[in-house]
Design a binder for this molecule. Structure first.
Ligand code: HGY
Ligand code: MN
Ligand code: MN
Length: 412
């Protein structure tokens, strides 16, 4: 029971939630949006919010909300995302949800009078691991999703709309201009890098979240006989794509602290060993500390790609399908986090996040801040993602104190 006096540890909840995975036979956690594993996790979260007496409800896109009512009509929100990458870890997203439920459950059980209400949300999707979109749950809260999103398809050709309905959700019930009004948002998350671990610091206070954009790149050459075609006459899509992949890598090497680029997926269409590849797709994930730098790197990369296309006689189509701006966190909430941590004799470190988060979406409209806890060897999106119990509990205690303070006027 989440809140019945027998206080289960946060680790036991994380373990239960990690069992909601698409591939039980594989290591790691795979919980992509609107899959059966995702639906199973959503039900578990609903049960835990019920046990914590948070009067939970599920909104039209599948976000699960729980509340503790305060006197005013203002609400402070906390939470994180329920989905994961493929073969990811047990902490990314899940930790912020469970710690939020435990914090609100404890505040509710102690019947602390609150001037503002508190709400925790399990956001349905952030990773972009199934459909070519990201942050579907947090964008829905802000009315920043579109009817076109419903037609987006996964690799098997299943649309968002069809996948929603397979989970008992109805696209017709989406409120395209939602009435949610939040006074602030605080997201607790693992750092997914190793700055806190290297600095032996238990609590991170996020300063800026890097902006990021993701491209689908299609390279169209000509598939010909691998034995009889001469190199000079080839339009080899894979050789051209390989050179473009290396140009992303070299740019990342050059700008590492301020920007980073990755090619995470590359597919040869209908490839066979005895044919020159005629059609290749690959993705680019480009991030930077500020949007001006990201834009200039994006145009530098696209010029390199155009030059590569000319050299190998292939056509290149770049589809920048998502883009999220860099967002600076709210200073008042950052100070609140520092005060709460220091009152618990925990040091803090101000740091940037190269990982994207729902806070990056909500922070465009609502005063927002993030609390980080250390990640073992900085690993994340990795089967060995891990955070020590004491670090998990430190983060949970700081979050609870920040929410109490923010709900009781210590945040203007
Ligand atoms: O990709 C990211 O940075 C985040 O984990 N979705
Ligand atoms: Mn995350
Ligand atoms: Mn992630």
């Amino acid at each position: 029971m989440l809140f019945s006096g027998t206080s289960r540890t946060i680790e036991s909840y994380l373990l239960d939630l990690s069992h909601c995975t698409e591939f039980r036979e594989r290591n790691g956690v795979t919980r992509r949006l609107y899959t059966a594993a995702w639906k199973q996790a959503q039900s578990l979260i609903l049960d835990w919010m019920c046990e914590a007496n948070l009067d939970p409800w599920i909104d039209a896109v599948g976000n699960v909300h729980g509340r503790v009512e305060g006197f005013s009509d203002q609400t402070i929100l906390t939470g994180s995302h329920l989905d994961t990458v493929v073969d990811g870890g047990a902490y990314d997203g899940a930790y912020g949800i469970i710690a939020g439920i435990m914090a609100l459950g404890e505040i509710k059980s102690r019947q602390i009078p609150l001037s503002r209400s508190l709400e925790v949300v399990a956001l349905c999707e952030e990773e972009g691991s199934r459909f070519p979109m990201t942050c579907w749950g947090s964008r829905a809260l802000l009315g920043k999703i579109s009817r076109e999103d419903l037609a987006l398809q996964d690799a098997e050709g299943v649309s968002v709309s069809e996948a929603m309905q397979s989970c008992g959700l109805s696209p017709h019930e989406i409120d395209w201009t939602p009435s949610y009004h939040y006074r602030g948002f605080v997201e607790l998350h693992i750092e997914q890098a190793s700055q806190l671990e290297s600095a032996h610091c238990p609590i991170g206070v996020v300063n800026t979240i890097f902006g990021q954009e993701r491209w689908n790149v299609t390279v169209i050459g000509e598939s010909v006989h691998a034995g009889t075609s001469r190199i000079v006459n080839r339009h080899d899509a894979l050789v051209a794509a390989s050179e473009m992949v290396l140009s992303v890598y070299r740019l990342a090497q050059q700008y590492e602290d301020k920007a980073i680029g990755t090619v995470g997926l590359l597919q040869v269409q209908n490839g066979t060993s005895n044919c020159v590849p005629g059609h290749v797709n690959f993705t680019v994930d480009l991030r930077a500390q500020n949007d001006a730098l990201r834009e200039s790197l994006a145009s530098e990369l696209q010029s390199m790609f155009t030059e590569c296309g000319r050299r190998y006689g292939v056509e290149i189509v770049v589809d920048p399908y998502t883009s999220v701006n860099a967002v600076s966190m709210n200073v008042e909430l950052q100070n609140l986090i520092q005060k709460a941590a220091h009152s618990q004799r925990l040091n803090t470190l101000l740091l940037d996040s190269r990982a994207g988060h729902d806070a990056q979406i909500l922070g465009t409209t609502i005063p927002t801040a993030m609390i980080f806890v250390p990640s073992y060897q900085g690993l994340s999106h990795h089967v060995n993602e891990f955070t020590k119990k004491e670090d998990l509990i430190n983060g949970q205690n700081v979050l609870r104190e920040v929410l109490e303070r923010a709900a009781n006027g210590m945040f203007s």
